[in-house]
Design a protein around this ligand. Sequence first.
Ligand SMILES: Cc1cc2nc3c(=O)[nH]c(=O)nc-3n(C[C@H](O)[C@H](O)[C@H](O)COP(=O)(O)OP(=O)(O)OC[C@H]3O[C@@H](n4cnc5c(N)ncnc54)[C@H](O)[C@@H]3O)c2cc1C
Length: 284
Amino acid sequence: MKPAGFEYHAPRTLGEAVQLLHRFEDDARILAGGQSLVPMMNLRLARPEHIIDINRIGELEHISTADGMLRIGALTRHNAFMTPPTDDPLGRLLAEVGRHIGHLPIRVRGTFAGSIAHADPASEWCLVAATLDAEMHAESSAGQRLIPASEFFLSSLASDLKADEVLAEVRLPLLGEGARFGFEEVSRRAGDFALTMILAVLWLDGGRIDKVRIGIGGAANRAMRAPEAEALLSGQSASPELLRRAAEAATASIDPIKDIHASAAYRRDLVRALTRRALERALA
Ligand SMILES: Cc1cc2nc3c(=O)[nH]c(=O)nc-3n(C[C@H](O)[C@H](O)[C@H](O)COP(=O)(O)OP(=O)(O)OC[C@H]3O[C@@H](n4cnc5c(N)ncnc54)[C@H](O)[C@@H]3O)c2cc1C
């Protein structure tokens, strides 16, 4: 299939891209890696009249650390994370999780920020952003806005990003030495979107769990945290019974989706099993 006709724009600066978006708003879409937008256009699920290709904007191509955050420019491809982009444990986390995204051609073109803007609940990067409380740096003709992950992901393929905003950068907090993580994903085949995935990140103090974050992806209509499970674990010594109760709490916190790939009941079972396994892996 071929897409419907559109006008193509290739701005050289972020300012130009923002002005084009301001001019065309709902009739325009940003093109980054094209790994979600182009298939949607080919299937005529998206019919933008104007395509704003940001791939020539050099200032969006960066990844750096500053003020305790990893700053990921909008043109950073999935592949950039295959080797850890920082010595902080966050680097290893991104490298491990990123390997589950699609296949090599998708990872070479697709971008971290494109995944976040697309807000697919089964996206690995959306799970990372939700779990770690990422900040999304959006730019429009009205100025700049920092959106916390807790307010960004609204529903499946729906985010708080406005039609006239470019997601210029995503900021992830560094975890600090001693942070531990466990990631578990179930998909039908290697490289497929996750049916369900869990990311657990924790910090120990002596024998106790000092702080913990649990993120759930693919199971509900958006990537989300499991605050009840986190509260159960915080300040406690880990035991098989405690992990079982935390996994139950995570399961109870979701309203699972059902589709042609898996029932809601199966996704609930996956959340229960994968939460326990991700926590065990983080504690090992
Ligand atoms: C076969 C296949 C398998 C895949 N498997 C996985 C998988 O397992 N896990 C996974 O997470 N993803 C998977 N993907 C999706 C892939 O990761 C995409 O790259 C990603 O979803 C979108 O990033 P992109 O840069 O390609 O964005 P695009 O496709 O260019 O854009 C996607 C959407 O985001 C908007 N957008 C993009 N960048 C910006 C920006 N900077 N500011 C504002 N809006 C923006 C676009 O307008 C569009 O609406 C798969 C894709 C394919 C084709």
